[in-house]
Ligand binder design. Sequence first.
Ligand SMILES: C[S@@+](CC[C@H](N)C(=O)[O-])C[C@H]1O[C@@H](n2cnc3c(N)ncnc32)[C@H](O)[C@@H]1O
Length: 216
Amino acid sequence: MEDSIDVILEDHTGVLSPHRPHPAVSACLGALFTAVYGVWSTFALPGLGTIPRKLKVPYLPSSRVQTLNIMKLLEGRTGRLVDLGSGDGRVVFAASSTGFQCTGFEINSILVAYARNKARWNGLPTSQAAFVNKDFWKTDLSHFNNVTAFLAPGVMAVLSEKLLKELPDDARVISCRFPILDWPVQSSVGSGLDQTFAYDIGIVRAHLRKAPEAEV
Ligand SMILES: C[S@@+](CC[C@H](N)C(=O)[O-])C[C@H]1O[C@@H](n2cnc3c(N)ncnc32)[C@H](O)[C@@H]1O
């Protein structure tokens, strides 16, 4: 009888069960999860509160392969480059090392401070690598002829309208991971999550002018 009560208690409390974690282990896991979330949200979310919900894009750094893919699609090009949501500055640093005059717009002030310090540490003048703590949706992009972006699928249609309105005909737009669906891809490098797409604005405009005619 004593044995069976032990078994019932064990089943209900789990105190002696080998399958349930000890309460101290659960508490530690809970604390660890909270700490990881706290650190992630500190770096990924500041600044996004001012942006409409459907345009929010959290921080996720591009991989080394993605950055290399961007650089391949920039080969042969020169001039001013803007990274829309520059994160820790890795795309700006890679592009400035090949001669572009780069600007990164970034809403997250912690990431901007990190990127600016890194630029200072590496002796890069702001004429080569400038980091601006500003919402790129509210920024005129008309004086950039190279645009890089690693954003989110839900914002690409809105982004395409903004770029078509503002960019010069000779501009190239490079998007990591997420294509711009209505635009003809000029070239693409990589595959899967690292796939990166290039679009030339003059060609996109010509294509979009022709497209309605083709439908008639
Ligand atoms: C997916 S991360 C890409 C970071 C970086 N370009 C890279 O490739 O490593 C997107 C970045 O865009 C920033 N961001 C999102 N919306 C923004 C906005 N409206 N203006 C400026 N930065 C923004 C986020 O804070 C985040 O750092």
